[in-house]
Design a protein around this ligand. Structure first.
Ligand SMILES: *Cc1c(COP(=O)(O)O)cnc(C)c1O
Length: 244
């Protein structure tokens, strides 16, 4: 019998995950850490529930979505019993209510005011929402995030907001041909992460340094990332169906 298209895609996902996991392990070891010390997130924007559930069946235990609405439209069809979800895309304040408490971590806190908005809805639900602070490292196509220089101060400010818990930092790196320059950017993020750890601020518990995507996850790990967000290298090129 001929293999159906979806079977071929499933095989590709299995194969891609295998290769990526090997590379993640290798890079983790090369950076002086254990192979389990770097977490692989599967970025599932534009990917349909069947493919996401297949990836979950292959051991993916963390997914990342960019848009609140897209996440909501898929979540009921996903088997999330052994899988967590993070929001990784820019969050508009009018969408905060819909996502607070629905994801384990909101990685894309890029202003103090969105942190306050998240906190308000978290308190209403009687929870504390885990968040990461998004750092803008000078990427032309990502206009979101705190400037590196203001991160320690903003982190301290956000740590005092009841209803959110700062768990780390995230960034989107520029597309950069120069491997050394890119590594340097990731290393600077790692320094910032360690600096904030060392300040031992109440209500800040640094657990995640989220950086690295399909094109640069190995470099990001060498630079100190402990969470990489990989989409197209797992699922293939994204097909955008509407006005994204
Ligand atoms: C889409 C996206 C990713 C994954 O990108 P790939 O290049 O497909 O791996 C990671 N992080 C964020 C914030 C994204 O929007």
């Amino acid at each position: 019998m001929e293999k159906s298209l979806i079977d071929i895609e499933f095989e590709n996902i299995t194969e891609n995950l295998k290769v990526i996991r090997e590379r993640v392990s290798k890079a983790a070891l090369a950076s002086g850490r254990g192979e389990d010390e770097v977490k692989l997130m599967a970025v599932t924007k534009t990917i349909d529930p069947a493919r996401i559930n297949y990836a979950i069946s292959q051991g993916v235990d963390l997914i990342g979505e960019n848009r609140v609405q897209e996440f909501q439209s898929k979540i009921d069809e996903l088997d999330m019993t052994a899988c967590k979800a993070h929001l990784i895309g820019h969050l508009q304040s009018n969408k905060a209510k819909k996502i607070v408490g629905e994801v384990d971590v909101i990685q894309s806190v890029d202003t103090v005011s969105i942190a306050k908005e998240i906190a308000k809805h978290a308190l209403n639900r009687g929870i504390s929402q885990k968040v990461l602070l998004e750092v803008n490292i000078g990427c032309e196509w990502s206009k979101f995030g705190f400037d590196i220089s203001e991160v320690p101060e903003r982190a301290a400010e956000i740590s005092e907001i009841n209803g959110v818990k700062v768990k780390g930092l995230m960034c989107v790196a520029p597309i950069c041909e120069d491997e050394k320059k890119l590594l340097n950017i990731f290393e600077n993020m790692h320094k910032l992460y360690i600096d904030i750890c060392n300040k031992k601020i109440d209500n800040i518990d640094m657990e995640f340094l989220s950086m690295g995507m399909s094109g640069d996850y190995e470099t990001a790990i060498l630079g100190g990332a402990n969470l990489v967000r990989v989409g197209s290298a797992i699922f293939g090129p994204r097909i955008y169906s509407d006005k994204h």
